[in-house]
Design a protein around this ligand. Sequence first.
Ligand SMILES: CC(C)(COP(=O)(O)OP(=O)(O)OC[C@H]1O[C@@H](n2cnc3c(N)ncnc32)[C@H](O)[C@@H]1OP(=O)(O)O)[C@@H](O)C(=O)NCCC(=O)NCCS
Length: 207
Amino acid sequence: MQDVRLVIMAPMNPPPRLAPVLRADSPYRIRLGRPDDLAAVARLMARCFPGPLSIGTWWPALWTHSIQDDLLRRSRQPDLPHVWLIATCPQPGCPPQVVAATELSQRPAGWQRIPQAYAYLANLAVDPAHRRRGLAQALLAACEMETRQRRLTQIYLHVMASNRPAAALYERVGYRLHRPDPNLWDWMTGRATRLLLVKSLSASPMP
Ligand SMILES: CC(C)(COP(=O)(O)OP(=O)(O)OC[C@H]1O[C@@H](n2cnc3c(N)ncnc32)[C@H](O)[C@@H]1OP(=O)(O)O)[C@@H](O)C(=O)NCCC(=O)NCCS
């Protein structure tokens, strides 16, 4: 049986090469996620997206487990090749800690009524202790490099209209509203609307 963990983190063909997006003296490193990062990525996601419940001491473990399952499930969709980009921070005497991550997938023409093939970015998360240090911006720049290597020219993503930090980040790096994109769950729960944003990549890289 195929090891699905190898699929979720596997670089696509041809293997992408990430040019440096952080200053050489930064303690952080950005790289493609590997199969053995999966549990750390799930823990990071659970911290950054706390989920619908926060009851009992058992909830964080259950939520992390369900996120990890979800990552594995999506890895089994061979028609949606995707990679994880992660940022790590060194820790004395231990392996580097995963402190930020995002998922980038390739979507075919026609998906979400978008006429051409495009890159789709999801689950951008930075550990609270490492925010406002430019990590999200660096991951977004790395995603642009990946997208260019796949000869795609547009990156789409969803953001909740109420998520001001994320909206400010995306606006700052050049994402623009494509259309409001509410789903049934938003409507049923009265949550803020999801927005579909897009960035068209020009020949010049992100400032
Ligand atoms: C949104 C998030 C990814 C930002 O990560 P980050 O590493 O702190 O962002 P950066 O340091 O790269 O910020 C770059 C710019 O984005 C904007 N920004 C980021 N966080 C902001 C905040 N809390 N308030 C206002 N602007 C913010 C600023 O313009 C910032 O530049 P500055 O620090 O020079 O002012 C992080 O807060 C997070 O993980 N949030 C929880 C998960 C989430 O909502 N993800 C997005 C899903 S769509």
